[in-house]
Design a protein around this ligand. Structure first.
Ligand code: 4AZ
Length: 289
């Protein structure tokens, strides 16, 4: 089968630095960076700067996939997601945008699946579960990226029922600056279009809101808003989420505190990763479970 046209769904490649979502198809001829970051991010990550992990140890990490749209070499993976209930997966709203899916209606992609239990996307382990419903946060603001959350309902309970609890409104401690968090995904490991077959994780620090407010005061990439977002990265850069990690988990102490959402480039010292603040949306999510 012919590999589909690679889909780059960056929203605006401003100066070649804009990064928002997954680029998924990996045609060798087009494996060149579609918009190279100004400074190459450090190599080797999930995520950049990470290490391999598995869906056995972290079974609530799931992949969103469509082979028809994104190609079959990596099971069609294009975003991450997180199982928070036996039949509920949360992800980023922008994973369901027109630019990601090529349609505003996910039902028009009949082979859209949630893949669970598949560490290695080149294999067939685990299950490919169809979606029975999707709630995309109607308050998602594509200009700022606020409210970047969607809730997927599955037709049946996940095989092993492995779920992770969401941070609630009262969970403020895990958001304290300096807290170590893990980010997970099958996204770009270099910031230059290098997609791994295996699931990866990186340890990043929750950063003070002021760091991201300074980095992202409001431009074409988005605006950092402390009420609805979390800032995370490492001093000096080198560890970060990247394209293809969107919708995936940021975890502190066995609790989901963030969803990979956006940022400028990947792993650049001056531009931390920005995550959806789960404690701000967990009640909304619960209403759609
Ligand atoms: C993405 O496209 C993406 N460096 C996620 C996070 C970041 C950049 C891009 C933050 O999924």
């Amino acid at each position: 089968m012919r590999v589909p046209i690679p889909v780059c769904f960056r929203r605006r490649a401003v100066g070649g630095r804009r990064v928002l979502i997954a680029v998924a198809a990996l045609l060798p001829a087009l494996a060149v960076p579609l918009a190279a970051p100004a400074a190459p991010a450090a190599a080797n990550g999930v995520v950049v700067g990470g290490a391999p992990t598995t869906t056995d140890s972290d079974p609530w990490v799931v992949a969103l996939a469509s082979k028809e749209r994104f190609g079959s070499s990596r099971s069609g993976q294009f975003c991450g997601g997180v199982a928070v209930g036996p039949r509920t997966v949360v992800t980023a709203a922008h994973c369901f945008g027109q630019e990601a899916l090529g349609t505003a209606d996910w039902r028009k992609l009949p082979d859209l699946r949630v893949i669970v239990g598949r560490t290695d996307l080149s294999g067939t382990a685990g299950q490919e579960v169809p979606l029975s419903d999707v709630w995309v946060n109607p308050a998602f603001d594509a200009a700022t990226n606020a409210g970047d959350v969607a809730v997927i309902t599955l037709p049946q309970a996940l095989p092993d029922g492995a779920v992770i609890p969401m941070a609630g409104p009262a969970d403020t401690a895990p958001y304290t600056a300096g807290t170590q968090a893990q980010v997970y995904g099958w996204g770009d490991t270099t910031g230059q279009g290098t997609y791994p077959q295996g699931l990866r994780t990186a340890t990043v620090d929750v950063l003070a809101d002021s760091v991201c407010e300074k980095a992202y005061p409001g431009n074409a990439d988005g605006t950092y808003l402390r009420a609805s977002m979390v800032c995370a990265g490492v001093i000096g850069g080198g560890k970060d989420a990247c394209q293809g990690d969107s919708g995936g988990p940021l975890v502190v102490g066995g609790r989901l505190i963030g969803l990979v959402s956006w940022g400028t480039g990947c792993a650049e010292a001056a531009f931390p990763g920005v995550y959806t603040r789960v404690s701000a949306v967990s009640e909304l999510v619960a209403q759609h479970m």
